[in-house]
Design a protein around this ligand. Structure first.
Ligand code: URA
Length: 246
């Protein structure tokens, strides 16, 4: 254990595992080790990249161990690593071949496909999921009926209410128009529960299928088949960090 270095509550918080306060509680509860030895002193420090800090036996990633991926989530899988007793299919099997344990940044509904970012960079994930960073997400929805100018205007207006609160104005455009089906592209900076489905239903056009085509300005790679994962490029990681103010 090093005398120099960074306070472990900061390392734990920076890894996104807990707030500073939460990290202090973990330490007080004896759940934190440095190089395998339990620590209980709040002043304890560790050298990032040298000392191994673990919570409940699991090492927190050092900056060199941070990984970032684009996952083309297929429809039909829960955005979760397990589903307890219900045992519905989750995205976990798709992540098994990765060299490190990563977590989804936010979630897509079970029946929704598209771009899901995966990382073990807890600080970045926490920021990207926080509403104050206004991270843009682009969805393509196939909807019932053919959305006319009023429906599109309503989606853009900031007047649509969900759970008694107005939705921030969305960018909305009609991509294609069928007789009883339409294809709409929506860009949202919020991430409320089932937001696209609820907005489109409220505008009179329930969603039939939904796909996330871009996240934080990064388009879903058209070469990435449903179920496939690829590392994000350095430029893409930098773009994510910029969006998150890092
Ligand atoms: N909006 C939805 O309705 N579902 C999602 O999974 C994402 C956005």
């Amino acid at each position: 254990m090093s005398g120099d270095g960074v306070r472990i509550q900061k390392l734990i918080a920076d890894a996104g595992l807990a707030s500073r306060r939460g990290a202090e509680r973990l330490i007080a509860e004896g759940r934190v080790t440095i190089n395998g030895l339990p620590v209980s002193a709040l002043g304890a420090k560790a050298m990032p990249g040298v000392d191994e800090v673990a919570v409940d036996g699991e090492a927190i990633p050092s900056p060199e161990g941070l990984r970032y991926y684009m996952f083309h989530k297929p429809a039909g899988y829960l955005t979760a690593l397990s589903d307890g007793r219900l045992g519905r299919p989750t995205i976990a099997p798709f992540l098994e071949g990765l060299p490190v344990r990563v977590y989804p940044v936010g979630r897509l509904d079970r029946d929704v496909s598209g771009f899901l970012a995966l990382t073990n960079d807890g600080e970045l994930a926490r920021r990207l999921m926080h509403p104050s960073f206004l991270v843009p997400k682009i969805y393509r929805a196939r909807v019932k009926g053919s959305p006319g100018p009023e429906a599109l205007e309503l989606l853009r207006s900031g007047r649509l209410m969900i759970d008694g609160r107005p939705c921030a104005p969305a960018k909305a455009r009609l991509l294609k128009d069928g007789e009883d089906r339409g294809w709409v592209e929506l860009t949202l900076t919020e991430g409320r529960h089932r937001q696209v489905k609820r907005m489109l239903s409220a505008a009179g056009h329930p969603v039939l299928t939904l796909k996330r085509r871009a996240y934080a300005g990064i388009p879903l790679d058209p070469a990435l088949a449903p179920g496939a994962i690829r590392p994000l490029s350095d430029a893409e990681v930098q773009a994510l960090k910029r969006k998150a103010g890092l």
